[in-house]
Design a protein around this ligand. Sequence first.
Ligand SMILES: [Zn+2]
Length: 248
Amino acid sequence: MAVTPSNSLVHIVFRRQLDDVLLFNKGTSSITYDLVQTLRTYNLADYIASYVNTDTIPSKLAWKSLIRGSLQDVEQRKWSEMLSMKKANRYHNIQPHLTKNIIYDTMERNIHMRSHLQILIKILSVPENYYLPMMCELCNQVVSDSVEHIFMRCEQLVDQRNTLWDGLLDRFGVSAEVDLFNREDGDILEILLGKKWSYLDYDNTNDIDNLFMQVAGSMNNFIHSMKVDNRYQKDSILQHLTVMKIVL
Ligand SMILES: [Zn+2]
């Protein structure tokens, strides 16, 4: 624990502001109030009491460790709750822990594909079955999962989809393609959107970038095909993706 210089002006002002916040619930527009609220949010409020009673705070190094741990715990819980409330099971399957999204790394390395890769990241967060039912404006089928329909099922997007399979075959080989095709549609889609896949070398950024850029390019082709044939029906897939701010 580090001892603060209790006779310094900064210390005196801070203690007065802290009293305003803790005892009188005043000073709600002060930095001190924001600090207290933040500490409360991350379950670190006990350290305020400790500071008030003993004038001591943990060392800078200890603070860093405490904050990192608390922030991770709280944000992980909030993130999991958010995912479960919106039933975004796909995202949860792909990335069960709160970490930087793998597609985001590809985007940082390939700025020229930024807009296409952003669409993939947004697609991850589309809640499954959130807007039911959806009409596919290409094949006129009512679908329950618009993202899976576009990627895996729509009969009017076979040519665009084959371009994706051909690209993956060239890059990852026959056994990887066979592995993919032996899986359920939903499972294949999750791999295309970032779920761990044994055929992908995660130490090889070229491999990773190649996969996501091919998938992003295909998604752009799918959306482009929908726009070409778009009748903008209410409750259409394109309308759905527009509402979710995936297509601008
Ligand atoms: Zn369709």
